[in-house]
Design a protein around this ligand. Structure first.
Ligand code: ATP
Length: 255
């Protein structure tokens, strides 16, 4: 699925939070959204998901404006895992993942064999099969995050929006999740704070600052010392590690 964001702005009374952002994400592409705290990444993702109505501009999925779509129709096309995703009920892991299937069936029909197959596959991809019967409330932060990702995968959408999906994950699960995000045929927009992870797994990076896009392109073009100094206020050294991946080192902040 192609995602187009055209001249999008969003804010609250007296404050523009996302300003004039345009973005075109090609089918199957994985785009990394990076930027300092408060730069507007989550707000932009919510607008792309259709959870916020832009004050200006439009969002299109495959060329069709999503503004007037019912939530259910949007959710059949786009899954979104928010940064503070929570489930405030007594559900078990497999039941949380099964929530991803609800958008595909009528309210009166329970899950069928296909739904169960899809959920099992999603749990397997997130390394959760052994936890399938565990109550959500007993899970660790990383296990909860993986469960919400399984829910999003079970939704079987053409697009996937992920807000800091790795922030609770151990290193192995971070790598596996990003591998999954980069290899899936889904179109993915993922907000990340780990710049090296973003560089390694995203086809393209979009750097936000103060609600606007200040740079976009290949990781080596976006992650430059001068840009990182301007935007993140850090002195960084960009190099390659022994595996050939972009590495970002930071000097002590000078205050
Ligand atoms: N509903 C709201 N009302 C008022 N201010 C808001 C609202 N939503 C977001 N903001 C503000 O807008 C700015 C951007 O927030 P946003 O969550 O989009 O940033 P972010 O780049 O995702 O940050 P982080 O990296 O910390 O997750 C922040 O200053 C935030 O406090």
């Amino acid at each position: 699925m192609r995602i187009d964001v055209e001249r999008l702005s969003w804010g609250v009374p007296g404050k523009t939070i996302v300003r004039d952002v345009s973005l075109a994400v090609r089918p199957g592409e994985t785009v990394g959204l990076i930027g300092p705290n408060g730069s507007g990444k989550s707000s932009l993702l919510r607008c792309i998901a259709g959870l916020r109505t832009p004050t200006d501009g439009v969002v299109r999925y495959d060329g069709v404006e999503i503004g007037s779509w019912p939530a259910r129709e949007r959710a059949r096309k786009m899954a979104f895992v928010e940064q503070t995703a929570d489930t405030d009920s007594d559900l078990r892991v497999s039941e949380v993942a099964m929530l991803g299937r609800t958008v595909h069936r009528s309210r009166w029909r329970g899950p069928d064999a296909t739904d169960h197959e899809i959920v099992t596959a999603a749990l397997d991809r997130l390394d959760l099969v052994e936890l399938a019967d565990r109550p959500w409330k007993q899970l660790s932060g990383g296990e909860r995050q993986r469960t919400h990702l399984a829910r999003a995968l079970a939704q079987r959408t053409a697009g996937l929006l992920l807000d800091e999906p790795t922030n609770h994950l151990d290193v192995r699960h971070q790598l596996e999740l990003m591998e999954l995000a980069s290899r899936t045929p889904q179109t993915v927009v993922v907000a990340l704070h780990d710049l090296a992870l973003a560089a390694r797994y995203c086809d393209r990076l979009v750097l936000m600052h103060g609600g606007t896009v200040v740079a976009e392109g290949l990781a080596e073009d976006v992650l430059t010392a001068p840009l990182l100094r301007d935007v993140f206020d850090v002195d960084a050294e960009i190099g390659r590690d022994s595996l050939g991946h972009l590495a970002v080192g930071y000097r002590e902040p000078v205050r």
